[in-house]
Write a protein that binds this ligand. Structure first.
Ligand code: ADP
Ligand code: MG
Length: 365
């Protein structure tokens, strides 16, 4: 067993149209892996955080002919999708090949760039599609006849504490049930696991899932969402001559917006939405805090995994059998100062969590 802390990366995006129109100032600076945030109402007040990685994606890019955002030239600091994949995605793939579980979580306020980093838009593909593509490329390259490979894909959404299968068109009333057994821990009963043979297949499934995803636009941006999306890739290597199977679960999680939800909606539905999304995110925060305390040596800390659907499903990723990475997505703008500071504080706590990943190797059944 090796004990690893959760690895945390922070990424700052360009100004949005809305921020430009509001005449926003940038309150973030990055220097190596240090990220500093300046209080716009209190000159001289700043706070510096030291994360494992810091991505400056605020300026210094151009669009190429396909619409891909790339660094605008030599000396440009812009961290593009390729760079982020290289640092984070390749590690996930390496873990998967070794038989470790891996989890990648994107946290941050709505509109801060979670989906951009994880899934991406158009030519600017995010970490998840590139991971899937590289996985199949590596499988194809491996000429090893004595190893059989199996990949399955699933995609679900947690909305209002209900689990919705994003690969099924017909929604099950009340959502799918989360159950628990000795072998697997918590799992979603009846979730569609699609065996995949190629990246193209996964790409289609993912497009379908993104279409089905429930979105409720907020005032922040039209594509924002109050739901959590969990994509899981099960990767199995069966060593035919050795009676050995290695398996890895790769969890890729695009969390709901972290902004404090105002309980302003007059309709009951809206109200419930707000409170329940908060339940999963609040519980995630509580679990992270408890784990951070536990890691600092406070004994007998109770970890409230069972309090929400999200934390049940993420249990292995949080203090358990997984190599876990969190990407904190932030806005550069002064008008988002409070939310950004709260995201950075959250990420700082997550960094303290210690996981114990083991190689999942068993005799072939
Ligand atoms: P979230 O999923 O956190 O709500 P999005 O990923 O949808 O936010 O990002 C909001 C907007 O900002 C999108 O239009 C997206 O294209 C843009 N954006 C986010 N991150 C970046 C980035 N690193 N570089 C360029 N544009 C970005
Ligand atoms: Mg999003």
């Amino acid at each position: 067993t090796n004990i690893d802390s959760v690895k945390v990366a922070v990424r700052v995006r360009p100004f949005s149209q809305r921020e430009i129109e509001a005449g926003s100032h940038c309150v973030i600076s990055m220097n190596c892996d240090c990220t500093t945030i300046y209080d716009p109402r209190n000159q001289g007040h700043e706070k510096t955080f030291n994360f494992d990685l810091a991505y400056w994606s605020h300026d210094g890019f151009v669009k190429d002919k396909d619409g891909l955002l790339v660094p605008s030239g030599a000396g440009s600091r812009y961290a593009d999708q390729k760079k982020v994949f290289h640092d984070l995605g390749e590690g996930v793939l390496k873990s998967a090949w070794q038989g470790y579980n891996a989890t990648l979580l994107a946290y941050g306020q709505t509109g801060a760039g979670k989906s951009y980093s994880m899934i991406g838009y158009g030519a600017n593909r995010g970490i998840i599609p590139i991971i899937c593509e590289e996985l199949f490329q590596a499988i194809r390259k491996s000429q090893e006849k004595k190893i059989q490979y199996q990949v399955t894909f699933s995609m679900l959404e947690i909305y209002n504490e209900q689990v919705i299968d994003l690969l099924r068109k017909a929604k099950k009333k009340g959502g799918l049930k989360v159950r628990e057994n000795q072998q697997q821990g918590f799992y979603v009963d009846g979730l569609k696991l699609v065996p995949c043979e190629s990246y193209a297949q996964i790409e289609r499934l993912m497009e379908q899932g993104v279409r089905i995803r429930t979105t409720a636009s907020t005032s922040m941006n039209a594509t924002s969402s109050r739901s959590h999306v969990v994509i899981t890739i099960h990767f199995k290597q069966i060593f035919l001559e050795e009676d050995l199977t290695k398996q890895s679960s790769i969890n890729l999680v695009d969390l709901a917006g972290s902004e404090r939800q105002k309980i302003s909606g007059s309709e009951g539905d809206r109200l419930r939405e707000g409170t329940c999304v908060n339940l999963s995110l609040t519980t995630l925060g509580n679990v992270i805090s408890a784990l951070a305390e536990a890691a600092m040596g406070k004994k007998t800390v109770y970890i409230p995994y069972r309090d929400s659907v999200l934390t049940k499903l993420l249990q292995p990723a949080l203090g358990g059998n997984s190599k876990t990475i969190m990407v904190a997505a932030i806005s550069p703008a002064d008008i988002c100062y409070e939310e950004t500071l709260s995201t950075l504080r959250y990420a700082e706590r997550a960094k303290k969590i210690e996981n114990k990943a083991v190689v999942n190797a068993t005799p072939t059944q």
